[in-house]
Design a binder for this molecule. Structure first.
Ligand code: HEC
Length: 117
């Protein structure tokens, strides 16, 4: 009897910790579906795919390149919002596509998804 009370108390405490952790870090959860929808809307998949080389690098390659780098999110945020000059496979250069939303949370979600691949 005593034992099971302790167990359930521990369980409740753990649950409380998990719940508060989940609520205090909503940005950690990536919504993969929303990310891909935004990428589709912005024609990102015209030049990128998850793991095949097109005009741009596969997103999995981008994730590998930035793995473990604390500046990854900032770098990519700037990349998709500022339209820097990029080189295409045929050697030509042009401004990179600017993402078609101004919603920072949506953009961060897409970047988080790319980095999670
Ligand atoms: C017209 C083709 C094209 C489109 C459309 C395009 N990209 Fe790119 N993207 C490129 C190319 C080419 C590179 C490689 C740039 C380089 O390494 O110089 C690149 C690189 C990237 C990178 C890696 C940047 C880095 O620092 O390594 C990310 C992330 C990215 N694109 C995201 C996106 C997103 C998100 C969209 C949609 C809003 C998009 N791209 C649309 C061609 C495109």
């Amino acid at each position: 009897m005593k034992r099971s009370t302790l167990k359930s108390r521990l369980g409740a405490a753990l649950l409380a910790v998990c719940t508060s952790l989940a609520m205090s870090t909503p940005v950690m959860a990536v919504d993969a579906e929303a990310a891909q929808m935004l990428a589709r809307q912005s024609s990102c998949f015209k030049c990128h795919s998850i793991d095949k080389k097109k005009d741009g690098p596969p997103y999995r390659e981008v994730a590998a390149k930035y793995r473990g780098r604390s500046d990854a999110e900032d770098k990519l945020y700037l990349h998709v919002t500022s339209g820097p000059m990029v080189k295409f496979r045929d050697g030509s250069e042009d401004n990179h596509k600017i993402i078609e939303t101004k919603d920072a949370a949506e953009i961060k979600n897409l970047i988080g998804w790319i980095l999670s691949l």
